[in-house]
Design a protein around this ligand. Structure first.
Ligand code: PCA
Length: 212
């Protein structure tokens, strides 16, 4: 039986809600298989989130890991192409930890590339009329850290694929003036990311590159 691990995050930075965690709960409530879906909401804290994703991966030995989080200024659902080995926090995490210029994993490679078909995922989401584009930076906060740790674990587990999807605010959770999408679109986009990852191993041809 194929197992997917899907995670979102708790609220952070004084915001009362986080659309990633809310969407993950909704995907879990609607999930009808055929694969087994394991979901969790991670703390927005470097050490605790890193530990939690490691424990989840060890516990359910997923075939596919999709971690998700909020990118509040984005207008599109963004499958992330790369995680870098850097923790550089512009704000404290929820445990008041604020690492600067530290690696995610001491001695790890400079970066891990997503092993999900990121271009196919973005295209499939766009095909349903939901804005989506591949992103080439997951930042240097807790989301990038979780993506890096998940890919580091996946690299040691034959056949395990992993990646990260940043989502914008939902209409229902957005602070005044922030770009947002309907929460139903975010939920659907995550379902499409799962389905695409299950259906195809390799990515589609064609560039999703950025000039800047
Ligand atoms: N977004 C933050 C951390 C948690 C979340 O949902 C980030 O992009 O790092």
């Amino acid at each position: 039986m194929t197992t997917i691990l899907l995670t979102g995050f708790e609220p952070f930075a004084d915001d009362p809600r986080n659309p990633s965690g809310e969407a993950v709960r909704e995907v879990a409530a609607r999930w009808g298989g055929p694969a087994t879906l394991v979901t969790d909401i991670l703390p927005v804290a470097f050490d605790a989130a890193g530990e939690r994703i490691r424990t989840l991966i060890a516990g359910c030995e997923p075939d596919v890991v999709i971690a998700t989080g909020l990118a509040g200024r984005r207008t599109q659902v963004a499958p992330e192409r790369v995680a870098i080995n850097l923790r550089d926090a512009g704000i404290p995490d929820n445990d008041r930890d604020q690492p600067v210029d530290l690696p995610s994993i001491e001695g790890g490679p400079a970066a891990h590339f997503s092993t999900l078909p990121v271009k196919a995922i973005a295209e499939r989401i766009r095909d349903e009329g939901i804005p989506s584009a591949v992103s080439h930076s997951a930042g240097t906060f807790v989301c990038n850290h979780v993506m890096y740790v998940a890919l580091h674990e996946a690299a040691r587990a034959p056949g395990m694929r992993a990646g990260f999807v940043h989502v914008p605010w939902s209409h229902e959770t957005a602070p005044e003036g922030s770009p947002s999408l309907p929460s139903a679109a975010i939920v659907r986009a995550l379902e499409l990311a799962i389905r695409t990852a299950l259906e195809q191993d390799g990515d589609i041809a064609g560039s999703a590159g950025a000039l800047h």
